[in-house]
Ligand binder design. Structure first.
Ligand code: ZN
Length: 453
């Protein structure tokens, strides 16, 4: 438990500022300038020239084109099984289904234990994440070792009204159709296609399916990082969102903090109370003021909860905080500021020790900072896309993926190889069905060429 700071007057934490010169020196500036046209142009100019598709690649690509009906059927099946992160039963069902497919393709598999993650909370709003097990499937081989990652969980819990797959023309609707059950279908069918032509033989490929990406991979992170260190390339099947491949991503952090005060009658004994809500309010203002658009750091208090009754001084109040940051040091600085804010008491001039704050913080996604190797992988993918008639463009993102974890370990990673779609994390989520075949075709050529280098 974190006790409140005995200092009678609150100290204002230092502003989280990063010298803009340090930012400018980096390879990516898209977060500061919006989407960088100059960057796109330079990437397009340096795109590698890929040799034309071989006869055998053409055969595999043609086979994939014939699988659309089966791919859609699998997407429908996966979508109709609820895999909200906390729904272990549904997550286990989808993992088992995919494991059976991977065993059929000659992979060995093993389960990776999920964890129970507990966070501080007010009485009555206890929050525990009981993470389902993850899966690692491997095929041994020579050549470059590829790590393919997909998450099976979605943000839609069992009681969400958004549960079923539907289709209208080339558009699929449903929870996870693009984030990222579409990506799981793309990944699996790329492997099926290679296997159909005996082209998986001798390739060193690992598949990591995790079940907690949507809560920040709090349990699977260690497995993702362990595997990243054992491979040469990372391929993550998050949605490619309208033919866009993501190059750089901000880092993500989060905090959950609980202020404990002292309940008292709001009329008869107001002075004896210590309002947790009042203290929470001061802390929220300090935390929100950490946002600095110039350096790209944004902080959002997204959820608050607290109090017992209108006429009771609130004994407990809590908040959930989200952090986005372009540079690793900014994340560390922000957590340090949070700790100061949690430790201070802002709302009462004399601290009687009756206000305290419990906190939990995590920098759960490091920034994804492009490297020469990851740019080469990106360029190669764009060039292969051109061979297949796919015009892929490049973007930066404020959102993180497991690809941010692997890239930070040093694994060159491309993390938007899944199907196209929009509206993720909302009931408007949809996916472009024809992109299932397109992205699986992209993957078979990419996997084939990467694994042989
Ligand atoms: Zn996702």
């Amino acid at each position: 438990m974190r006790r409140s700071n005995p200092a009678p007057s609150p100290q204002k934490p230092p502003a989280a500022r990063c010298a803009s010169s340090a930012v400018k020196g980096l390879l990516f500036t898209g977060f500061l300038m919006g989407q960088s046209l100059a960057l796109q142009t330079s990437l397009a100019q340096t795109a590698l020239v890929e040799s034309p598709l071989s006869r055998s690649e053409q055969e595999v690509v043609a086979w994939v084109a014939e699988q659309e009906d089966d791919m859609v059927a699998l997407l429908e099946r996966l979508t109709n099984i609820n895999t909200g992160t906390l729904n272990k039963e549904g997550v286990d069902e989808v993992v088992a289904l995919l494991e059976a497919e991977l065993l059929d393709l000659g992979f060995d598999s093993r389960s990776l234990t999920g964890d129970v993650i507990e966070m501080p909370s007010c009485p009555g709003s206890e929050y525990t994440i009981d993470v389902a097990d993850h899966l690692l499937a491997t095929r041994k081989g020579a050549g470059k070792r590829l790590l393919m990652i997909g998450h099976v969980d979605t943000v839609f819990p069992l009681d969400s009204p958004f549960q079923r797959f539907s289709r209208e023309g080339d558009t699929a609707y449903g929870p996870g159709v693009s984030d990222m059950k579409g990506g799981l279908v793309v990944m699996l069918y790329a492997l099926k296609a290679l296997n159909h032509f005996d082209q998986l033989d001798g390739k060193a490929i690992s598949i990591l399916l995790n079940s907690d990406e949507e809560v920040g991979s709090l349990s699977s992170r260690k497995y993702v990082e362990q595997q990243a260190a054992l491979h040469d390339y990372g391929l993550v099947y998050e949605s490619s969102g309208n033919n866009r491949l993501t190059r750089a991503r901000k880092g993500l952090g989060q905090a959950r903090f609980v202020v404990n005060g002292r309940a008292s009658h709001a009329g008869g004994a107001h002075q004896q109370g210590r309002s947790a809500i009042k203290e929470l309010a001061y802390k929220i203002v300090e935390i929100e003021n950490m946002t600095d658009y110039e350096t790209g750091v944004t902080v959002n208090v997204g959820v608050i909860n607290g109090g017992e009754a209108r006429n009771t001084v609130a004994p407990c109040a809590e908040a959930l905080v989200d952090l986005r940051y372009p540079l690793p040091q900014q994340g560390l600085d922000a957590v340090r500021q949070w700790e100061e804010i949690f430790g201070n008491v802002y709302s009462y001039p004399v601290d009687s020790g009756e206000l305290s704050t419990n906190s939990w913080t995590s920098l759960h996604r490091p920034p994804k900072i492009p490297t020469e190797e990851s740019d080469a992988l990106l360029n190669k993918t764009i060039a292969i896309g051109r061979l297949l008639g796919q015009e892929l463009t490049v973007t930066d993102s404020g959102g993180g993926t497991d690809g941010s974890l692997t890239q930070a370990i040093g694994l060159p990673t491309l993390d938007s190889l899944g199907s196209d779609g929009t509206g993720a994390h909302s009931k408007r989520e949809e996916g472009r069905i024809s992109s299932l075949v397109e992205r699986a075709q992209l993957s078979v050529v990419l996997i084939g060429r990467l694994a042989e280098i």
